[in-house]
Write a protein that binds this ligand. Structure first.
Ligand code: NOJ
Length: 551
């Protein structure tokens, strides 16, 4: 496997990759408009290289009015002018490839935006027209069609139906949207839609993109047979195993879509890879991650797992077993752009209701910043030692915390705006990154950042941590570099420990990982210490610490 001149030649590169999620509008702003851009990413390639990554995944950078942070796409085969141009994309891709980093783009196939040309055409066309049939339009219930066609709820708003008049439609129909009204769902029973997405995948794959993250991968196909079924269960909130026959989620037909995509992916050399974001019952995940479909599926088990040995062990065991079922590999993740920052989750007392805490701008309870960051680094180094892929959300390598006090008038997330302000939403994990300790916008760019950065950001900046051996950044760098050198067969062996809250496992080549989750110091086993997330004290592992060693 050669990495000195661009990309590795290993076709299995994706199985145990370290993948870094870039949320482009909050990563680095090269043109000073307050929104991060593709040139900003290119300007930070050396930084990404310093992390020994195998790939980056870019959240959507397509033209979008940002009703949902870019997951409302106006044009799938272009770059938002606020973020750059297709030439900037090519330049960024070449720069990343040149240092051995592959690139995933985010595909959003469940819905477009209301500003997509096909949705505008649909609104301007008559009921029953070919234009409307690309989306899900229906007549309403009630004497005059004044009620939505069904009681389906939306993830971001009370109803999954909005009347066409909202966008100037002159008819009396409603269209369906799982998310915000600005995100109309595609009609995946229409072959035109399927063909258009194949064209999009080909567009990016031909440009040299290596992989795809598939947004809400389980939702594309719905049971649209008439009469439409009313909501039997709230399928979204509590994924159930309905054997592929639910109304709106996880229907068996969606797997057929991915089989077609797989054929396209495999026509490239090396085959393009994909990872599904599928919020389905765990027993159904392997279907999305099989060699015939997308190949990998996010496993979100760790995201809300308690920071203790029992729940971590449970997550690992389950996930490894699941991946074995279809020759996939696991995908560990502790954070992403939809989650409260992992360090903050760990720094809050476990009894605190996180949603309420956020709603109160983080004033109701203190966060222990230091412990939160320590546990976050320990948990990340734990998952980095496991077989399979690790996803790292931008800023987590700095141990950064949630920005809980974004002023009301600056909140962007539809979760807040559409839920009568009953949930604060996800902006607090999307605040532009601090690159410098001080100075204008902490080095993010010249323009005022699209979300406000707090005073304390500087102490979590790249500049503040760079070269400081015990900083989260340097620990991540060391761990990612070592991980690459130590990588071996995708297996682990658990070892007994003398305390309940300590987990110890090893990989077949003698790479050992031990984590002391809570409690007093734990005696360090015999071996050559490779890495510790906190210094040993008198040869013992302090609480909230992970150590790698060679036995
Ligand atoms: C999942 C994405 O991660 C999230 O940010 C988005 O709001 C929904 N899908 C809708 O696209």
């Amino acid at each position: 496997m050669s990495l000195s001149h661009g990309l590795s030649t290993d076709k299995n590169w994706w199985r145990q990759a370290a993948i870094y999620q870039i949320y482009p509008r909050s990563f680095a702003d090269a043109d000073g408009n307050g929104i991060g851009d593709l040139k900003g990413v290119t300007s930070r390639v050396d930084y990404l290289k310093s992390l020994s990554l195998d790939a980056v995944w870019l959240s959507p950078f397509y033209p979008s009015a940002l009703a949902d942070g870019g997951y409302d796409v106006d044009d799938y085969r272009n770059v938002d002018p606020k973020l750059g141009t297709l030439d900037d994309f090519d330049e960024m891709l070449a720069a990343l490839h040149n240092v051995g980093i592959r690139v995933f783009v985010d595909i959003v196939p469940n819905h477009s935006s209301n500003l997509h040309q096909w949705f505008k055409d649909a609104i301007a066309s008559a009921p029953g027209s070919a234009e409307r049939n690309r989306y899900i339009f229906r007549d309403g219930r009630g004497a005059n069609g004044e009620l939505p066609p069904t009681d389906w709820p939306s993830h971001f708003a009370p109803s999954a139906w909005t009347h066409e008049s909202v966008w100037g439609g002159e008819g009396n129909q409603w269209y369906m949207h799982w998310f915000a009204p600005e995100q109309p769902d595609w009609n995946w029973d229409n072959p035109e839609v399927e063909a258009d997405f194949l064209a999009t995948l080909k567009f990016w794959a031909d440009r040299g993109v290596d992989g795809f993250r598939i947004d809400v991968a389980h939702a594309l196909k719905k049971d649209l047979s008439e009469p439409l079924r009313m909501r039997a269960t709230m399928e979204y909130e509590e994924p159930r195993d309905l054997n592929g026959t639910g109304i709106l989620m996880d229907r068996n037909e969606v797997l057929e879509v991915y089989k077609t995509w797989r054929t396209l992916f495999n026509s490239y050399d090396p085959p393009r890879v994909a990872v599904a974001e599928a919020n389905v019952h765990p027993s159904r995940l392997p279907l999305y991650a099989s060699e015939e479909t997308l190949g990998q599926c996010f496993d979100f088990r760790f995201i809300d797992a308690t920071f203790d040995s029992a729940s971590f062990k449970h997550c690992v065991t389950d996930s490894l077993e699941m991946a074995k079922k279809n020759n996939s590999s696991t995908t560990w993740t502790l954070g992403n752009h939809d989650q409260m920052r992992y360090a903050t989750k760990q720094g809050l007392h476990p009894v605190v209701d996180r949603d309420e805490w956020l709603l109160g701008n983080g004033t109701s309870h203190p966060v222990d910043f230091e412990i939160g960051t320590q546990c976050s680094v320990a948990a990340n180094v734990f998952i980095l030692a496991l077989p399979g892929c690790t996803y790292i959300y931008q800023g987590d390598e700095l141990g950064i915390h949630e920005v809980a006090d974004i002023p009301e008038d600056q909140i962007q997330d539809p979760i807040y705006l559409r839920n009568h302000k009953k949930a604060k939403g996800r902006d607090g994990a999307r605040v532009p990154l601090p690159w410098t300790r001080a100075g204008e916008n902490f080095g993010f760019g010249d323009g005022s950042p699209h979300l406000p950065q707090p005073e304390w950001f500087g102490s979590y900046s790249v500049e503040a941590e760079d070269g400081v051996p015990e900083s989260p950044l340097e620990i991540f760098r060391k761990a990612l570099k070592l991980r690459r050198e130590l990588q071996c067969a995708e297996e682990i062996t658990w070892h007994k420990t003398s305390r309940e809250n300590v987990l110890h496992f090893s990989r077949p080549n003698g790479w050992n990982c031990i984590t002391n989750f809570k409690g007093g110091r734990y005696p360090m086993p015999k071996g050559e210490v490779l890495l510790t997330t906190q210094p040993l004290v008198d040869g013992k592992i302090p609480s909230g610490t992970t150590v790698w060693f060679k036995a």
